[in-house]
Design a binder for this molecule. Structure first.
Ligand code: SF4
Length: 502
């Protein structure tokens, strides 16, 4: 908790007072010591090998006779330069194995198609159907490949080929962020010219403070703590969660200073309670909330029921009690009730494809929830979270622009661990096949790498938008454009234009 109690506030005030009586030399010395003790937040990313590599992107087939003829003719042309003879026609090394193209190495193929253009008579390159079949139509094979690369390297993926996709599309692709050239040079969060903060407050802030005549705070202060990144690790589905996975979630969260949300029975059974762990308290097992003393900063009630909420609050006066709620029909009424009960953290859990109440995409629902809190004059008193539907780094800032404070991740963490998901990925009714004999340390580093990559991409976006901290991005819809709005503006006068992105 960042909250100071009254005696600490007094002490801090006395220190400030005594600072004002220091000589310039003493003040400079104290300032120097304070500056030297400052550590800039940093995530240690380390390249981490694959335990269960993805299927190759391409299948390379080579006609042996055609290749033999090529090698014979190349042998005469490049006599003595055997590495050249046996590597052509691919500069990426697909044909550079011990027996050259007679046993190609498709894992090195990037799909440039040079070989097929040069030698269409004996080389073919095709997409690998096994790779394309991974995931589903939302968490598709491209997204899985990107997460896999981010978790392996911990860096921002760079393609160097420009953007080849379409502009505008369904879901999150319907929103563009405003990256103004004017502000860009002054904001550089990655290379350190300027600090861009990704810290998020979790909890409730009062809308005003009251002080007595002596300057002492007499109203309730903020009840919140901070985490270093705008995402938390949410519990995997019941089908998948295990004691080992829960420990990985906890240690990864501690490593990067965020939160791991885990079922209370697993937390208790494995003694995982810590400031970074948020136990989920089932409505039918409220008593277990009393067990969380060892530094637990927050618990989440699994569903909304005002009496249960009041009971957990009175049982755990020093802990922030949040509520976890499905983004299903009737959420608006529950949100109103939660506002009346002063719930400090509301955590929505959406369908993994982002289709919620009335078939609307999550973006609309988040905007509505944020607006409801604003209209009620309640926005800063509540931290709004959502799990589900965020599977790529660019979804993260868009969700925050729609009004979230932070995002809950689960599927991307499983993909980072090279789990193969199966079943209905739109709901939480899916299974996962993990690499054989993977170690905890390996899995933690893969998750930390993913976190580092997504944070760096967040910094890129914030830098490009000229926003110096992620807290200021929340609900900043003035910095976003919707493809459908732009199309309506441009084409609505044209006969035959249907609108709505059709
Ligand atoms: S497509 Fe490009 S990378 Fe792949 S084998 Fe052919 S030349 Fe090599």
């Amino acid at each position: 908790m960042q909250l100071l109690n009254k005696s600490e506030e007094k002490e801090e005030g006395q220190k400030l007072d005594s600072n004002s009586k220091l000589t310039m030399e003493e003040f400079a010395k104290i300032s120097r010591e304070r500056a030297d003790s400052y550590h800039r937040y940093h995530i240690e990313a380390l390249e981490t090998r694959d335990y269960q590599a993805l299927p190759n992107r391409f299948i390379v087939k080579v006609g042996k006779i055609g290749l033999a003829k090529l090698i014979i003719s190349e042998t005469f042309t490049y006599w003595g330069k055997w590495d050249v003879v046996f590597s052509r026609p691919c500069t990426y090394g697909v044909f550079s194995g011990p027996v050259g193209g007679f046993s190609p190495r498709p894992e090195k193929c990037v799909g440039c198609l040079r070989c097929t253009v040069q030698h269409p008579d004996f080389v073919t390159v095709e997409h690998n159907p096994k790779r394309k079949a991974m995931g589903d139509n939302y968490l598709n094979s491209k997204i899985i490949s990107t997460i896999d690369e981010e978790a392996r390297k911990g860096t921002v993926p760079v393609r160097g080929q420009g953007y080849r996709g379409r502009f505008g599309g369904p879901g999150w692709d319907g929103m563009f962020t405003d990256m103004s050239e004017i502000v860009r040079p002054s904001r550089d969060g990655i290379h350190g010219r300027e600090l861009i903060s990704t810290i998020v407050d979790i909890g409730s802030k009062p809308l005003s403070l009251k002080f007595d005549n002596d300057g002492n705070l007499i109203s309730e202060g903020p009840r919140m703590f901070t985490i270093q990144v705008p995402f938390i690790y949410d519990a995997p589905p019941n089908e998948i969660i295990s004691n080992k996975l829960a420990k990985i979630w906890k240690k990864s969260a501690e490593n990067v200073d965020t939160l791991a949300i885990l079922p209370s029975e697993i937390v208790l059974a494995n003694n995982l309670a810590s400031p970074s762990v948020v136990p989920i308290i089932p409505l039918n097992s409220l008593d277990c909330a009393k067990s969380f003393k060892s530094g637990t900063r927050m618990v989440e009630l699994d569903g909304w029921d005002s009496k249960s909420y009041d009971r957990v609050v009175s049982d755990c006066p020093d802990i922030i009690v949040g509520v976890r709620l499905e983004f299903a029909q009737g959420w608006q009424q529950k949100l109103d009730e939660m506002m009346l009960s002063n719930v400090p953290v509301i955590h929505f859990v959406a369908d993994n494809h982002g289709i919620g109440d009335g078939g609307r995409f999550i973006m609309d629902l988040l905007l509505e929830a944020h607006q409801k809190l604003l209209d009620a004059g309640f926005r800063d008193k509540v931290t709004l979270l959502n799990t589900g539907v965020i599977v790529a780094a660019d979804h993260l800032p868009k969700a925050i622009i729609c009004g979230l404070d932070a995002v809950g991740l689960n599927q991307p963490l499983l993909i980072a661990m090279q789990a193969r998901l199966n079943g209905d990925l739109s709901s939480n009714d899916y299974g996962a096949k993990f690499p054989r004999k993977y170690t905890e340390d390996w899995a933690i580093q893969r998750i930390v790498n993913l976190t580092c990559s997504w944070r760096d991409q967040m910094l890129e976006i914030l830098g490009a938008m000229g926003v110096r901290e992620v807290r200021r991005l929340r609900g900043e819809i003035g910095r976003a454009m919707w493809c459908s709005h732009l199309e309506d503006e441009a084409f609505s006068d044209i006969d035959g234009y249907v609108g709505g992105g059709k």
